[in-house]
Design a protein around this ligand. Structure first.
Ligand SMILES: [Zn+2]
Length: 189
């Protein structure tokens, strides 16, 4: 399996509290990031300005996430683009720190991580997985009901026009009368 593009190797950051490194990442994403109506599409790039700091428990990542999502206006279905600019801070615990919290045996540690997975992120060797934090940052920046403009009139106006057009057409033809007559015509034999 190919290594996830979101996994970042922090090997050049010394495990000494106070050390800091900065990185600029251009992540060309293989799968959409966002929600159904609005997302950064596969092949697009998510820019991440990443700052890593060594702290006692692990690596503290602070990042600025920039990308452009595309989707459709929820009212009129016009295509829209949505700029994303969001920050996140995430602490990735050293595996050793995780071990300290419970049993140190391999199987025991796995269980421990499963239990705490929702709250804490752990390093795997020198690797940190930025994916959950990046996805959260993007989704946080998206509108639930994206609109092309704040006062988008939606489809109603368009429909209104076409209905007006239709009834104008109909009133100019004598078809109305005949249809009216048909309405009373006994169809059952
Ligand atoms: Zn619209």
């Amino acid at each position: 399996m190919a290594r996830s593009i979101y996994i970042f190797n922090t090997h050049d950051l010394p495990h000494r509290a106070g050390e800091m490194r900065e990185h600029q990442l251009d992540l060309k994403i293989p799968e959409p990031v966002g929600v159904d109506l609005l997302s950064v599409k596969p092949g697009e790039v998510i820019e991440v300005d990443l700052r890593l700091q060594s702290v006692d428990e692990g690596v503290l990542a602070s990042a600025r996430v920039m990308a452009t999502a595309t989707g459709e206006c929820t009212r009129c279905l016009k295509p829209i683009t949505w700029p994303i600019d969001e920050n996140f801070t995430e602490l990735y615990y050293y595996e050793i720190a995780a071990g300290k919290r419970g049993t140190k045996s391999k199987s025991g540690k796995d269980e421990e991580i499963d239990l705490e997975e929702d709250d804490l992120s752990f390093m795997v060797g020198d690797d940190i997985d930025l994916e959950p934090a990046i996805r959260d940052a993007v989704i946080l920046n998206l509108a639930v009901n994206p609109l092309c403009t704040e006062d988008c009139p939606g489809l109603e106006e368009k429909q209104g026009q076409s209905w007006a057009y239709l009834s104008a057409e109909q009133s100019q033809t004598p078809a109305d009368q005949r249809w009216a007559a048909l309405k009373d015509f006994p169809l059952k034999n």
